[in-house]
Design a protein. Structure first.
Length: 94
């Protein structure tokens, strides 16, 4: 009877370890998702600011507004992608 209890304890212990690993993966996945969302928003805001600076400098130098129409979107996607890749590489996933 003691052997049956030990076997059940081992099963419960291994199940507990599996649940812990699963929870850890879930937490790190949510952190990665959160950082990627923050990077998208910050990239968009940075793109708006950079677009305005380029427009002002272009107007002062060339006497006409210059720049890219979709620069904030490009920077947001680039920022989010770089953040996602760096986060996955830091966790050891290819």
């Amino acid at each position: 009877m003691d052997q049956d209890l030990r076997g059940d304890e081992r099963k419960t212990g291994s199940r507990h370890a599996q649940d812990e690993r699963k929870n850890e993966r879930s937490r790190t996945g949510m952190k990665t998702l959160g950082w990627t969302a923050v990077a998208l928003v910050c990239g968009f805001i940075g793109g708006i600011m950079l677009s305005e600076v380029i427009g002002i400098v272009g107007y002062l130098v060339f006497h006409q507004a210059i720049g890219s129409k979709f620069l904030p979107f490009y920077l947001a996607v680039l920022n989010g992608g770089v953040t996602l890749v760096v986060s996955l590489l830091a966790r050891g996933r290819p």
